[in-house]
Design a binder for this molecule. Structure first.
Ligand code: C2E
Ligand code: MG
Ligand code: MG
Ligand code: MG
Length: 283
């Protein structure tokens, strides 16, 4: 289509079109190449999950979050910042997200085989496009059934912004999955939009305090106030509260002292392959 537009522009002599801006043209080509690459990588099984542990007040591992990685043949191991947005813009996130669910359920099934890992909860990130797809509920249940994992061990992380569209449909989908034992966490909480009315109506299990508030909460009174408010909100609505991005003892102690009893962050473990991310994960 781009070639066609260029051809037409040339034919009509309109050679001053913005379309010929070389920098823009280069970016368009780079994005097109990456998009094609994404689809190829998906077909060749280049995507995998890394796992980062989540711990309770005593530092005991209660579960993990699965984080997507792309083992790119030339560029090495890529993190989501390098490809997730394009995957969403090109809808490649739909087949990719299905694969993530399948990998997560396979990992849960593996963990269930050993008593030391059988009670771990695995959280996976769901993009808005994926959630709002009409087949979403069926896709999740198909992955659970296909891998034969316990749905009570599966937690789906969604973001506040996803709640803006189709509220009734959103509640219906969450309720259908909850009825099968699957739980929901509200990721990056505090950074997006959500109304208190919605929060009270949604079948949520957990609020996840965004890393941006955790980072400076020991020194920044504004961030501390936000963290305190989220913890209080969790208490009021009877939701678990977990802090993400916990890097220091001081952050952990502050959070624990203010009633947050679940943590995830470099202080406890970095994301890594299932075999290395924690002693209990070598399944
Ligand atoms: P997120 O869900 O909020 O995940 C937490 C991110 O914070 C991860 O980055 C994790 O590696 C990083 N992190 C964890 N602890 C610490 C810490 O102590 N300090 C710092 N500085 N960072 C920490 P990652 O793996 O690069 O993922 C980035 C985002 O990509 C995720 O944010 C999530 O929104 C998205 N994502 C990851 N996997 C998937 C997936 O399978 N599907 C979809 N749709 N999105 C995904
Ligand atoms: Mg997450
Ligand atoms: Mg998060
Ligand atoms: Mg985050």
């Amino acid at each position: 289509q781009a070639d066609l537009a260029m051809y037409r522009a040339k034919a009509s002599g309109r050679d001053t079109l913005r379309f010929f801006d070389p920098a823009m043209q280069a970016e368009v080509s780079a994005r097109a190449a990456l998009a094609a690459n994404l689809r190829r990588g998906l077909q060749h099984g280049e995507f995998l999950l890394h796992y980062q542990m989540q711990v309770d007040a005593d530092g005991r591992m209660t579960g993990a979050e699965g984080l997507l990685r792309w083992q790119h043949p030339q560029r090495g191991l890529l993190e989501p910042a390098a490809f997730i947005r394009l995957a969403e813009e090109t809808a490649t996130i739909l087949p990719l997200g299905r694969q993530v669910l399948d990998m997560a359920c396979a990992q849960l099934a593996t963990w269930s085989e050993r008593p030391e890992t059988a009670d771990l909860i695995l959280a996976v990130n769901i993009s808005a496009l994926q959630f709002h797809h009409p087949d979403f509920v069926d896709q999740v249940l198909a992955a659970v059934d296909h891998r034969g994992c316990d749905p009570n061990r599966l937690k789906l992380e969604i973001t506040e912004n996803l709640l803006r569209d189709d509220r009734d449909g959103t509640i219906a989908k969450m309720s259908a999955l909850k009825a099968r034992g699957i739980s929901f966490a509200l990721d990056d909480f505090g950074t997006g939009y959500s109304s208190l009315t919605d929060l009270g109506r949604l079948p949520l299990k957990e609020l996840k305090i965004d890393r941006s508030f955790v980072q400076d909460l020991v020194t920044n009174e504004r961030d501390a106030a936000i963290a305190r408010t989220i913890i209080a909100l969790g208490d009021t609505l009877d939701l678990d509260v977990i802090a993400e991005g916990v890097e220091t003892e001081a952050q952990r102690d502050w959070l624990a002292g203010h009633g947050c009893h679940a943590f995830q962050g470099y202080l406890f473990g970095r994301p890594g392959p299932a075999a290395t991310s924690a002693p209990r994960l070598d399944a």
